[in-house]
Write a protein that binds this ligand. Structure first.
Ligand SMILES: [Zn+2]
Length: 159
């Protein structure tokens, strides 16, 4: 029993690490390695720019790989502004997304992480974003299957 639990946790960790890296690529390509708050552009592959989630990964784990819930932000804007000025950040976010997208994201964040349909929709949209980007993602197949597995991983059960 103990052994099985340890094994599951380890594979979840590895899956999360891999998916985080893929998701980062997706967001950086979409946002052009440019901080969406201050507009500072970074060279491709730079570590100075990060993925900022609008609804935190901790409380909204099922949105972790939802491109609608994230953007590229420089270290300063992400860690020193975004996480410390929540009221100002909310106003900015509304302007950045526009009222309609802002509302839709809020509704999504209120939905239960246990609703399978939400998971499936997130995986499907991520896959569509990759497909419609027209970019060569290299290991596209692996990435897609991995993202579609996320709902199960997120629910704590890797099948
Ligand atoms: Zn910035």
């Amino acid at each position: 029993m103990q052994k099985a639990r340890t094994k599951r946790r380890t594979s979840k960790k590895a899956a999360v690490r891999r998916l985080d890296a893929e998701f980062r690529k997706l967001i950086m390509q979409r946002d052009g390695w440019t901080c969406q708050k201050c507009g500072k552009a970074y060279p491709e592959g730079s570590r100075g720019i990060q993925v900022s989630h609008f609804y935190t990964k901790g409380q909204h784990e099922w949105m972790r790989y939802d491109p609608d819930d994230a953007c590229a932000m420089c270290f300063r804007c992400h860690l020193i502004w975004w996480h410390y000025e929540p009221l100002e950040a909310a106003v900015w976010l509304k302007g950045y997304l526009g009222d309609e997208k802002y509302e839709a994201l809020w509704r999504k964040a209120q939905s239960s992480p246990k609703i399978a349909a939400t998971h499936a929709a997130v995986a499907r949209r991520t896959r569509e974003t990759v497909e419609n980007s027209g970019k060569d993602w290299g290991h596209k197949e692996t990435m897609m299957s991995d993202f579609s597995r996320w709902p199960k991983i997120c629910g704590g059960r890797i099948r």
